[in-house]
Design a protein around this ligand. Structure first.
Ligand code: NA7
Length: 536
């Protein structure tokens, strides 16, 4: 599209990550005029931005890939159990080429505003490149973890070294050989990058506010027999994951952790630890995410592993989480994280006893000492789930913005629609399972449901679809209620928005899992899109 023209389309998709690309492919196949706006310079979404050393997926490669095309999954070759960021990005590029998607994508184009017009039943979108586009449908495919969290510290502008954010890592890479590096944060991005940064840097100082629980990934190259065997049963496997709880095949054990002998409990925890999976440990008993006492047994098991791996008992204790139930903040998978603290060039600063006072020209002042640094890495995460939806100005009916509507926290119907914002779809939005599951399975479910809905609306000649307030309130209450049956709301996690100052505390993902959610969504569709108002 030409930057100076005003274009009219059937649908605009915001974002060219996994969800936006599949949405494009689906809507194109319906014969709609559709275009994607993408702020980055190429496809990939989160995998385009997050290029820090060690960035890799913690869902297994076979599962963290599209299932919609049987040939695609047969022809693509994954090289490792857990794919690295470059390999996932290569896969996304392969998909974009294979389906010739780029011709309908504008890169380096950020949507600034979307305004609903009730008379024309279209969204008018404007971009930072001066474009104006009218589209009947607007699909937000902006990802759940794409709005970087940039905390501020006193004296930041005085620091003469380099500052980096893991989620906005320079494309040319960063060589920290011989440098003194500080990392703020110990979430997943930090846990993946710290072992590699430690190998290169002269000195690495980790600034930890809350220690995280992490399990060994047991990553390894995939051998040809494993690949051949998997590919032979790929279709059945996909079908099973589509109807699973977490979008991967894990069975929740039936027994309570409190109902078995200690030896049996340890045996199961040990097996889960060695399995190198994200969901294994928490599924090894029925009640780990429900009963605080049961949860504490799993937490203590991981703390025992930390003591076993880390030489210095003081550092081991500093690395051991005590302030939240295991699993209530996102579990991490790592390669050599705890052992990195045995290196002589790595220091762990506990910000709870030595808080960051300020940045200085040459480093950071913490507690009553100054730590000299050449590079400071912010591994401080994201304004999760709502950040990227609220970054542009989205103005619905009656001039109400999405930010105003969600001032007390996001309210959606099925995570995909919100009242007052007709014909706006939010792929894996708050109120859907998304980040608690294998994202690829949840993305495909939401995209397929949305595409089927749009196809139906087109067949009806409908002008708009909008979530009803009652249905939305019912759904939001249900999302909160089911989360309340678990321990999840008791951890100060980004699931709750606790990592962002002033963000309303609402448990955002839907905890009941992929299969239950799919059944609910399909039932809504089968009943004439129950809970939505369709206008003709
Ligand atoms: P996370 O998991 O949100 O981790 C961010 C880390 O940064 C976490 O340890 C935070 O501590 C820390 N943090 C954030 N702000 C500050 C300030 N102001 N001072 C000190 N420390 C701070 O983000 P990631 O990028 O690691 O991972 C995001 C997801 O990506 C991950 O879960 C996977 O799904 C993939 P806190 O715990 O808030 O005390």
């Amino acid at each position: 599209m030409d930057d100076t023209t005003h274009e009219t389309l059937d649908a605009v998709i915001i974002g060219a990550g996994f969800s936006g690309l599949y949405m494009l492919q689906k809507l194109r196949s319906l014969g709609l005029r559709v275009h994607v706006l993408e702020a980055a310079s190429d496809v990939g979404g989160t995998w385009w931005w997050n290029r820090y050393p060690g960035a890799r997926c913690d869902i297994e490669s076979f599962d963290y890939s599209y299932s919609f095309d049987a040939d695609l999954e047969q022809t693509w070759e994954w090289s490792e159990r857990y794919a690295t960021q470059p390999e996932i990005l290569a896969y996304v590029n392969h998909v974009a080429d294979r389906f010739d998607l780029r011709r309908d994508i504008s890169f380096d184009t950020r949507m600034l505003e979307a305004r609903w017009n009730d008379e024309t039943t279209t969204w008018n979108l404007t971009t930072d490149t001066g474009r104006s586009i009218d589209a009947h449908y607007c699909i937000m495919a902006v990802g759940c973890l794409s709005q970087a969290n940039h905390p501020t510290f006193e004296g930041m502008e005085e620091f003469s070294g380099r500052t980096l954010h893991t989620g906005e890592w320079p494309h040319e890479g960063v060589d920290v050989t011989g440098l003194r590096v500080g990392v703020i944060g110990t979430g997943s991005s930090a846990i993946q990058s710290i072992p590699l940064l430690a190998e290169q840097a002269e000195q690495l100082t980790v600034f930890q506010r809350t220690p995280a629980f992490t399990l060994p990934a047991m990553n390894a190259p995939l051998d040809p027999e494993t690949v051949a065997d998997f590919k032979a049963r790929y279709r059945e496997h996909r079908e099973a994951t589509r109807h699973s709880n977490g979008g991967v095949l894990t069975t929740l054990a039936e027994e309570s952790a409190l109902a078995v002998e200690a030896a049996e409990r340890d045996r199961r925890f040990e097996a889960a630890w060695k399995s190198g999976t994200l969901f294994g440990l928490l599924s090894s008993f029925s009640d780990l995410m429900i009963d605080p006492q049961a949860n504490e047994l799993a937490a203590q098991f991981v703390r025992d592993q930390i003591v076993r791996i880390v030489d210095d008992p003081v550092i081991a204790e500093r690395l051991s989480p005590h302030s939240f139930p295991i699993g209530t903040k996102r579990l991490c998978l790592d390669t050599g994280y705890y052992a990195t603290y045995n290196r002589p060039n790595v220091e762990l600063v506990d910000l709870r006893t030595e808080p960051i006072d300020r940045f200085t020209a040459t480093g950071m002042s913490v507690g009553d000492r100054e730590i000299p640094l050449d590079v400071i890495v912010f591994a401080t995460g994201f304004d999760a789930m709502t950040g990227a939806l609220l970054a542009p100005r989205i103005i619905g009916r009656d001039g109400i913005t999405l930010k105003q509507k969600w001032a007390e926290g996001p309210r959606t119907y099925l995570g995909i629609a919100t009242s007052g914002f007709p014909n706006l779809f939010t792929i894996t939005g708050p109120g859907s399972p998304s980040v608690l599951t294998n994202m690829l399975v949840s993305i495909e479910q939401h995209v397929e449901w949305t595409a089927a809905c749009i196809e139906w609306l087109e067949q009806q000649g409908a002008a708009s679809i909008e979530a009803n307030v009652d249905a939305e309130n019912g759904w939001a209450d249900h999302v909160t209620e089911v989360a309340g049956f678990t321990l999840y709301p008791t951890g100060n996690s980004w699931y709750l928005g606790s990592n962002i100052e002033g963000k309303p505390r609402v448990f955002m993902p839907y905890i009941a899992g992929v299969e239950i959610f799919r059944t609910v969504c399909d039932d809504v569709a089968a009943n004439g899109y129950r809970g939505f108002t369709i206008s003709t």
